[in-house]
Design a binder for this molecule. Sequence first.
Ligand code: HEM
Length: 312
Amino acid sequence: MTTKPVPQAVAALLTPCAMFLVLTIKPGREAEKTVLEVLADMSGLQRTVRFRNLHADFTCVTGIGSHAWDRLFPGKPRPKELHPFIEMKGAKYTAPSTPGDLLFHIRASQMYMCFEMAMLIMDRLRAVTETQDEVHGFKYFDDRDLLGFVDGTANPEGPYAVEATMIGEEDPEFVNGSYVIVQKYMHDLKTWNELPVEMQEKIIGRKKLSNVELPDDEKPPYAHNVLNVVVKDGKQIDILRDNMPFGEVGDAHFGTYYIGYAKSAATTEEMLHNMFIGKPVGNYDHILDFSTAKTGCLFFVPTEDFLNNVKA
Ligand code: HEM
């Protein structure tokens, strides 16, 4: 019997704080060598931070983008669905594809744990990478996003979260790996907040205060939770989301950092297609009338065993 490789903490607890670091690797073999050394040390770095507060639900997931994979592991097998993020251009709105070689998704109940981990990572990587994006996210009241709706309710839990996110025998070299898509959305909160709550509820597909899902016959075809249901062979296919609000109040910048893990990137891509291009075409997600996607990246999340065995 072969033992399955140990996954990274993809299906970990959703936490009140998170940091998202998206980096690109500078040209040159030296930069690649340094990145490989850091990848191999990720377990050790996490232990260093985790042990300082064992009650903080601290985790850090590392993702690797398509171009970076080819630079770091030339001639080695590639995960079947690893490719650059596919831009989704609808008639009205576009989900752009933006640069990203490495993703660090750092979660904890205390922001100082995320911050410390980010500092340790960047102490090692600053000289050989460009920071494309850094977001410090927090959970708003009752796990709401800044649109004021509870965000994450329909997520799979426990073994179902594992089933939704872990690659199986369909890609035998990469069992227990995962795919993750991130997008940074900026909200027009002023216009959103001027909208009657009943209209907001139709756009999301849930009641704002109670979080109760609207009955199917009350959901318009453009509701967020209509367009994001993907069904294959009669079965709904889940992904695992851990969206985080973020912003700068002085500048009135308000956003949601979207992050979705899945065993198949195609599931999340189908959701994005439905949201931006529409299902049927033109029936786009009206959340986009108030939310603009600024970034878009796809990463492969290798197993912890894979990272531990990386050679520089
Ligand atoms: C502006 C960005 C976004 C915001 C504020 C947002 C917010 C929400 C909220 C409030 C819900 C309802 C509660 C819940 O089940 O979590 C929801 C559901 C969901 N969202 Fe999003 N979301 C965003 C982007 C996305 C994107 C880009 C995707 C996929 C690519 C996505 C996929 C889903 C899925 C799968 C559900 C659950 C649908 C169901 O089965 O009921 N969301 N989202």
